[in-house]
Ligand binder design. Structure first.
Ligand code: ANZ
Ligand code: ZN
Length: 820
């Protein structure tokens, strides 16, 4: 018998599949489409880790299953190839970011191929290549034309030593992650995408995604953060009735306002404090605030600090004069950057009022017992309005809209909706990204690069010193001529956030070689939406929200017919070792390649798919890997030992009885279960369990029982296993004498009739003479039939006092008891 030698088999079949282009995308339009997609990797210097292996194994089962079920399947792969590590390698080790990235990409492709994943490599996209990023620029211009890309001044994290903007994640305790100097806020002109224009549609679309995890939808809803409330406008008599507008979700508490607070960055602050007692203290406070991140400022345990400006605003309904404060807890970029303080009914305002001894005025009383004053905490429940002029006695829920409408009628505000979502800042002062295709001309202003001049290529003559944006060091890049007037002009040196690149790559796969446009609408509509998108939960908000935004914009531009890109989303769990996430720092990393080297890719895939449902965390277990390897060997032996069976002509069409009928029942039950578990639930682990039971049944099948069904069951077993372990099944299929690839086989259908457990009448003989009749299920085992026969009253009576020498069971026919 031939041995199972995974190493030899796997490289042989990988080469064969590549040579025969077995996984080229099927374009047969008579078939239903299926787009299976795994998030493309960032090609780091470390190659594949177990998390990658898990995602790709899951995606591959899905793609292979659909192909076998008669779908034309798109299953592509690429590389998310721009980003910081390449640039840091350039700064720290002087290597070229492009070369470094391409080398890593090669390594990823090699390692992905070693897993036996069924990608159509012809559609590979790498975001760092001009063939791709020119269309980032094309799309940026489309956003610009549609008024969705704009430049504005914004406060950003700034490291004075590195002279660059830092992402929030790159600020650690107020210091630069690289040089440890103190990070400041700097107001800079930056490019933004107007994602806030799409806030409502991004919310609404979530309701049409039943196949997304609730958790991810909740995270997106929370991030978009829709709040219904009102704008209330207060006038400031001492500033010639200049107005401060606040956003509140509780206009019903308007009569309870005892102070107002504006953010330190609020544009009115300098005028409010001018010449006042606290002017210098507040200016110092503002400087301090610039150093804090938003997270530090708003964390619940952060001390609330404020100063009275000395200025007053007029209450819009009572005309009372309300003191205006500046405080750390009010953020400039939420709502209007100003709030009204209602200490009686808001916990945060209550604490602030207590600390600074501000008045507390109750305007909502609960039903029944009135509140005991002075309050010991804010009353935040519902009730009836008091101290609220004409609104007294009104239920506060009704008062919400009554007061908001009254404000609208009197031109002092009115109902409004506020979103937490901010516009997307896409400018990066970095080299390894897509140049933003804009030109600045002294005469014409900001001029877009004409589409026919794309791509704006990344220059090579740059200096990487970690101190400034390398693009600014390239004279040939910066100096250009204005496309509109022909005079000398400067190029934009900011590059795009790499999330721009990944917001549409799944569209590019449908037409990856197009040199005119990002993709042909007909081609993208031929495949989108993605039917199953598999990736990590860490992208729940960022990538998945941006991709949805892009899809909606391109839908509005008439480039694509769907407005939601991912019909179904599968977020895979983590791979743990000894209960912890595998990580270099924990020193508990198991390398996928080591496992592939030792046991083969099929064992690694099998273990990963068997050990847990895909959305759960998976505990790595060496014993589990060993067990998976043993199981594949067991399957191998089952077929190798019966190889001769496949040389013979199949003998089919016979009526099956007894063990044969039972094997057929188990086979069809397995087909049914495996089809359901993969196709409807993505529960690959339970599908595999069912297959294991079938293997047990095949081992237990008597040697003298019907061979035709045994042979058929072995064939079906190999087909059912093919999506999980593509190499061993291909080899076994060939061993069975098949000419075509097992991966081109049709998925077996189950016969509902085969599942029925029929009953048969069996004759019970004693020494060859029929003494009794017995009805048993066709599935009953020999042992069971024997036991039942011996338990019959009449039989017991007849054999009493005799010794049973032998019991012969002919399944489905008779039991003969030899006794004397
Ligand atoms: C008065 C009030 C009374 C409020 C009350 C709440 C309860 P969400 O739900 O998150 O939208 N607020 C508004 N803008 C703010 C800013 N820039 N920085 C900090 N806080 C701000 O919260 C809206 C509420 O948060 C608003 O309603 C406002 O306080 C505060 F009994 O106004 B409220
Ligand atoms: Zn010009």
């Amino acid at each position: 018998m031939k041995e199972y030698t995974p190493k030899e088999i796997e490289s042989k079949w990988q080469a064969h599949w590549a040579g025969t282009r077995l996984y080229a995308t099927d374009e047969d339009s008579s078939k239903p489409k299926y787009y299976a997609l795994e998030q493309f990797p960032y090609p780091s210097g470390d190659g594949l880790h177990m998390g990658h292996m898990r995602v790709y194994s899951i995606g591959d089962v899905i793609a292979r299953f659909r192909r076998m079920n008669g779908y034309r399947v798109l299953h592509p792969m690429g590389a998310d190839a721009f980003g910081l590590p390449a640039e840091n390698a350039a700064i720290n080790r002087g290597v070229n970011p492009g070369e470094w990235t391409l080398k890593n990409m090669d390594r990823f492709v090699k390692e992905q191929s070693m897993m036996g994943v069924s990608y159509d490599w012809d559609r590979y996209v790498a975001t760092c290549l001009p063939e791709y990023y020119r269309f980032n620029q094309w799309l940026f211009l489309l956003f610009y034309e549609r008024g969705l890309a704009y430049r504005k001044k914004a406060f950003v994290n700034w490291c004075p030593d590195c002279s660059t903007v830092l992402a929030n994640e790159q600020v650690e305790n107020g210091r630069c992650w690289r040089c440890d100097s103190e990070v400041t806020k700097k107001e800079l002109e930056q490019w933004f995408l107007r994602i806030t224009d799409y806030a409502e549609r991004l919310l609404e679309g979530l309701d049409r995604l039943p196949k997304w995890p609730e958790k991810v939808k909740a995270m997106q809803r929370n991030w978009i953060g829709k709040s219904e409330g009102a704008h209330v406008s207060f006038s400031i008599p001492e500033l010639e009735d200049e107005r401060v507008t606040v956003f509140t979700t509780r206009p019903d508490t308007l009569y309870g306002v005892t102070y107002m607070v504006v953010a330190p960055e609020h544009p009115l602050v300098p005028r409010l404090i001018k010449g006042k007692e606290n002017e210098s203290v507040i200016l110092e406070f503002i400087e301090q605030m610039k150093k804090q991140t938003e997270i530090e400022r708003t964390s619940t345990d952060a001390e609330k600090v404020g100063y009275p400006t000395g200025a007053y605003a007029k209450h819009p309904l009572t005309g009372e004069m309300i003191p205006i404060w500046v405080a750390n807890y009010v953020l400039m970029d939420y709502g209007t950057g100003a709030v009204m303080g209602v200490p009686a009914h808001d916990e945060r305002d209550f604490q602030f009022a207590k600390k600074y001894d501000l008045p507390i005025k109750v305007v909502i009383q609960p039903e029944g017992e009135p509140l005991e004053e002075p309050l010991t905490e804010a009353y935040t429940e519902d009730g009836k309005l008091v101290n609220s002029g004409p609104f007294n006695g009104m239920n506060n829920r009704e008062a919400l809209s009554a007061i908001a409408e009254h404000l609208a009628e009197t031109n002092q505000g009115g109902p409004t909706v506020n979103y937490r979502l901010r516009d997307w800042l896409i400018s990066r002062q970095r080299y390894w990204g897509t140049p933003i295709p804009m030109i600045y001309c002294d005469a014409c202003g900001t001029v877009p690069v004409p589409k026919e001049d794309l791509p704006v290529l990344l220059p090579e003559d740059v200096v990487f010193d970690g101190k400034r944006n390398p693009l600014t060091t390239s004279e040939t890049f910066v100096q250009t001529t204005c496309p509109s007037c022909g005079r000398e002009a400067r190029r934009e040196t900011d590059t795009m956030d790499t999330f721009f690149d990944s917001s549409w790559y799944f569209m590019r796969y449908t037409d990856s070689k197009n040199t005119e446009v990002p993709f042909d609408p007909e081609k993208v509509n031929n495949w989108l939406p993605v039917d199953e998108y598999i990736g990590g939960i860490e992208h729940a908000v960022l990538h998945l929200l941006y991709s949805r935004f892009f899809t909606k914009v391109l839908y509005d531009a008439g480039m694509i017919a769907v407005d939601e890109p991912f019909a179904s989303l599968l977020t895979q769990g983590m791979v743990l070792k000894d209960g912890f996430k595998m990580s270099k720092s924990k020193g508990n990393v198991v390398s996928p390649l080591e496992i592939v080297e030792k046991y083969g890719a099929d064992t690694a895939r099998f273990f990963i798919l068997f050990a847990a449902p895909p959305d759960r965390d998976l505990d790595w277990s060496d014993a589990g890997v060993e067990g998976s390897y043993r199981f594949l060997n067991r399957v191998w032996r089952l077929i190798a030992q019966n190889e001769s069976l496949f040389g013979q002509k199949a003998d089919t069409g016979r009526e099956l009885t007894g063990d044969a009928r039972e094997l057929r029942r188990i086979l069809h039950q397995t087909i049914k279960k495996v089809t359901h578990e993969i196709g409807e639930r993505n529960h690959f682990n339970t599908a595999i369990s069912a297959i294991m039971e079938l293997v047990n049944a095949l081992y237990a099948y008597p040697e003298n029982a019907d061979r035709s069904i045994f042979r058929e069951a072995l064939e079906k077993l190999v087909i059912l296993l093919a999506p999980f372990v593509p190499h061993i099944t291909e080899e076994l299929w060939q061993m069975m004498g098949k000419q075509e690839s097992v991966h081109k086989e049709a998925w077996p259908a189950f016969d509902p009739e085969a599942l029925v457990q029929n009953e048969v009448e069996i004759a019970v003989q004693i020494n060859g003479k029929v003494r009794e009749k017995l009805v048993v299920p066709t599935s009953a085992s020999r042992d069971e039939v024997e036991k039942q026969a011996l338990q019959q009253d009449r039989i017991r009576m007849l054999i009493e006092g005799k010794t049973v020498r032998k019991v012969i069971v002919v399944p489905g026919k008779l039991v003969n008891i030899v006794a004397n």
